[in-house]
Design a protein around this ligand. Sequence first.
Ligand code: 5GP
Ligand code: ZN
Length: 116
Amino acid sequence: MECLFCKIINKELSSEIVYENKEIISFKDIHPKAPLHLLILPKKHIPSVNHLEEIDSKLVGNLFLISQKIARKKNLRGYKLVANVGREGGQLIDHLHLHLLGGWKSAKEREVPGMP
Ligand code: 5GP
Ligand code: ZN
């Protein structure tokens, strides 16, 4: 399956990668909605949360643990992790991903249009 994010994973398209292991990759969002806006995703092409199966449970756990690790490395005390699901949920790219949003200096600054 060759979606946009698979192309980034396969290095056919460039991106600013901040973390990578054999099953997970993280890179900067091209249109940041926060001072730090990363996408964290499995290399396996899973279209969305709606497509997860029992066999993916460890991978999903690792996705959160890697998110925590990246946030710690970036010295973020608080941050948002968002998964949009389906068009109605605001998902534009059909490859499961978490948005990691953070780096605000105040609660006011934290108000992100289009994000909860
Ligand atoms: P979604 O709406 O599917 O949850 O989020 C997709 C995200 O991918 C958007 O925030 C969008 O800015 C980001 N994005 C779209 N195309 C590219 C790209 O080519 N490179 C990177 N790094 N991010 C992208
Ligand atoms: Zn994909």
